[in-house]
Design a protein around this ligand. Sequence first.
Ligand code: TXA
Ligand code: MG
Length: 326
Amino acid sequence: MTEDKRVTRLLAPGPAGIVEAGAILRAGGLVAFPTETVYGLGALASDPRAVAGIYRAKGRPSFNPLISHIVDVAAARRQGRFDSRAERLAEAFWPGPLTLVLPLAPTASVCDLARAGLDSVGLRIPANALARSVIAAAGGPVAAPSANLSGHVSPATPAHVLADLDGRIDAVLNGGACPVGVESTIVSLLGDKPRLLRPGGVPRAAIESVLGESLAGAEEGEASQPVAPGLLASHYAPRAVLRLDAEALRDGEAGLDFGGRFAADGAMVLDLSPGGDLSEAAANHFSMRRALDAAGAARVAVAPIPDADLGEAINDRLRRAAAPRP
Ligand code: TXA
Ligand code: MG
């Protein structure tokens, strides 16, 4: 497993720090920044290599969709498709601790990996002005889960962030303590019924009163597993049948290679990372599976991928995709 050792800088919350945070993000780096809820670990949402860095820094063993932080409603409309419910909730609660899960807009720039391969996107405009300045300086949506190691509690101060991530990320923008301390409320507007996927900073009753209807729970119906969204009926379901840990291609198979193992022999082969780099493989994994489906591959041999570092999350996804479907 390759160690990704970085020097983590503490940036001051003035104009110079904001410019620097923006420059790091635009270059594909990782910057923790304050929001009104908790510190987020940000990467440019359009850059799959940068987003792979988030999972790596957090030591997350699986990919789940990340919230993309945007600067204003006009920018949000380029990423997600707004219906009248979304318009009303945005009007009432943005900027603020509400995340809307919306169908992906045709103009969206948030990459596959930040959406965990879904055709939907989680969006929010943070209330913290420093956070919005950083997003503006980055020049596009910033994907950011909480800035802690996987399994640890969410950080509310720069010291909390550094305790977990010092040496693993490029910078922390020092914005003091976060006032809310719990994450944003997540509402899915993908179906006829609005659903509460995660309780958080905006109370359920406030949302229901703006919508004029009650929120369905995440446990009812198809949205029952927001953390395992690859399994949701309304989402992207890859068609190809996967054969994992394949040493070589069999007749009629396409290939999803790693480290240049397969002899293509006329078959369609995409290599997650010819040089065997797990961050590159993570960055490519969702888009290459889509490309194989788009090319009509019915059966796909998948080369062995080391179960270390980001390989664990890639293998988790592949195993779920290879499991028999109902
Ligand atoms: O307060 C917050 O929301 C913090 C700060 C940093 O903004 N962010 C945060 O992000 O908690 P994150 O990435 O940990 O939240 C991810 C959750 C996923 O586990 C999932 O429940 C939901 O957001 N989510 C995001 N996009 C989704 C999508 N397209 N479909 C379903 N759920 C989605
Ligand atoms: Mg978290």
